[in-house]
Design a protein around this ligand. Structure first.
Ligand SMILES: CC(=O)N[C@H]1[C@@H](OP(=O)(O)OP(=O)(O)OC[C@H]2O[C@@H](n3ccc(=O)[nH]c3=O)[C@H](O)[C@@H]2O)O[C@H](CO)[C@@H](O)[C@@H]1O
Ligand SMILES: C=C(OP(=O)(O)O)C(=O)O
Length: 421
């Protein structure tokens, strides 16, 4: 199996394009199930998760064509309402076909989902919200069996805590429910706004996305059209942290600072310079990172859990001690032992990690445990002395488009190599 060989210590200079956001692209692809017309999506990243979702949509009857970063998806008639375990187990976002299938066909059978193993990740809030919209739900042998023979109807739903997936799923499903749906304590992530923009372009009536109250007024049908996927804020933040760790200056082409939320202030505190210009976001850093604010991960606009591992790598090199608290997922510190293999000084106590920065890390063989953990090890490896050899690249390939190519183009010594395990 391929591994990623990184020779650390090379500063990064040049232009690095930011791809479309995985976590938005996957959900807007699912929106194609809501209409018989063609939905064209631009700026879709070429990722394993996108290809996997294409397999599922194709199985359901969606005709898919296109090339490069453009996809045309047409669900003229659906062939199946079954989303099988073998496909859904590989990725979280695929579970969100449940509501659209229900809205369109009145029934669905969808496997309970997989995704990064960073916590228990139940789907109870998705199911409660769909029930509130009038669905009947049963669980059988790892599958959710849902039906809505008399159609879906709007409802007032207050989420007990913020869930990105449940907000997106319910918002999308409610576009075709009868009457008005109000979502309280909704997630406010940029991807929610992007999905709402796509749905509005298709004829949906949605207000309040980007705030914690979203109002959806159901319509009889949605149409096709063209939507451009928002830039990937996790990718942008990750490469900014790589600059923070190893030094240099990058133009993160197509990036937008407003997408970073609280991560922007945290990066500035770590001594990075960030500015927005016509082509994207310019990030610069020379010298050792300074200790930033102690962080706790939170829903947007708080510091994103999807950047926690990468920030830990940056702080492992900082001048001082920082405290990182993970509040979104209960098991998202699996990168810690791997960062320690590179020499990082990290102590974990429950959901809190204390990182004592060191002037140098040293390259070592390390193993990726999940998607963002992979990137954290790359951030550390780019700065470490000598060679870091990262294995289990299938995690990375789920979510970072052309990573080795992009990094090589800005001066990093990074190569995929075939090394036996
Ligand atoms: C494909 C995708 O977009 N994935 C993102 C999405 O995941 P995802 O949509 O799974 O994350 P959620 O916001 O739903 O999860 C937040 C917390 O709520 C819990 N929960 C969630 C739903 C539910 O029904 N019951 C429940 O208990 C989860 O276990 C977790 O502890 O948002 C996360 C939080 O920003 C990101 O880290 C993921 O990258
Ligand atoms: C956790 C992630 O993905 P998923 O929700 O698909 O596991 C992620 O994108 O960091």
């Amino acid at each position: 199996m391929d591994k990623l060989a990184i020779i650390g210590g090379r500063e990064l200079y040049g232009v690095l394009p930011v791809s479309g956001a995985k976590n938005s692209a996957l959900k807007v692809m699912v929106a194609s199930l809501l209409t018989e017309e063609c939905l064209t999506l631009e700026n879709v990243p070429s990722l394993a998760d996108v290809r996997q979702l294409m397999v599922l949509l194709d199985h359901l009857g969606v005709a898919i064509s296109g090339g490069g970063t453009t996809l045309h998806l047409t669900a003229e008639t659906l062939r199946s309402t079954l989303a099988p375990y073998d496909i859904v187990r590989k990725m979280r976002a695929s579970f969100n076909v449940l509501g659209p299938l229900l809205a369109r066909e009145g029934k669905a059978k969808v496997s309970l989902p997989g995704g990064c193993a960073i916590g228990a990740r139940p789907v109870d809030q998705h199911l409660k919200a769909l029930e509130a919209l009038g669905a009947e739900i049963d669980l059988d042998e790892g599958y959710v069996l849902a039906s809505a023979e008399r159609g879906l109807r709007g409802a007032s739903i207050t989420f007990p805590f913020v869930s990105v997936g449940a907000t997106e799923h319910t918002m999308m499903t409610a576009t075709l429910a009868k009457g008005e749906t109000i979502l309280e304590n909704a997630a406010r992530e940029p991807e929610i706004v992007d999905i709402a923009e796509c749905l509005r372009m298709m004829g949906a009536k949605i207000e309040g996305d980007g705030t914690s109250t979203i109002k959806i007024t159901g319509v009889d049908r949605l149409s096709g059209g063209t939507h451009r996927v928002v830039p990937d804020r996790v990718e942008m933040g990750s490469y900014a942290m790589a600059v923070g760790a190893v030094g240099g200056e990058l133009l993160l082409e197509g990036g937008r600072l407003d997408l970073l939320g609280a991560a922007k202030g945290v990066l500035l505190d770590a001594g990075l310079s960030l500015s927005e210009e016509e082509g994207g976001v310019r990030v610069k850093k020379w010298g050792r990172p300074t200790v930033g604010t102690d962080i706790r991960t939170e829903p947007f606009p708080g510091f994103p859990t999807d950047l926690q591992a990468q920030y830990m790598a940056l702080m492992a090199l900082a001048d001082g001690t920082s405290v990182i608290r993970e509040t979104v997922f209960e098991n998202r510190f699996m990168h810690v032992p791997e960062l320690m293999r590179l020499g990082a000084d990290i102590r974990v106590d429950g959901q809190q990690a204390t990182v004592r920065g060191k002037p140098v890390l040293k390259g070592a063989p390390v193993m990726a445990t999940d998607l963002r953990a992979s990137m954290s090890l790359i951030v550390a490896g780019l700065a470490a002395e000598g060679q870091t050899l990262l294995s289990r690249l299938y995690h990375l390939d789920r979510g970072f488009e052309r990573l080795d190519e992009k990094l090589r183009a800005v001066g990093a010594l990074v190569e995929r190599v075939a090394v036996p395990d």
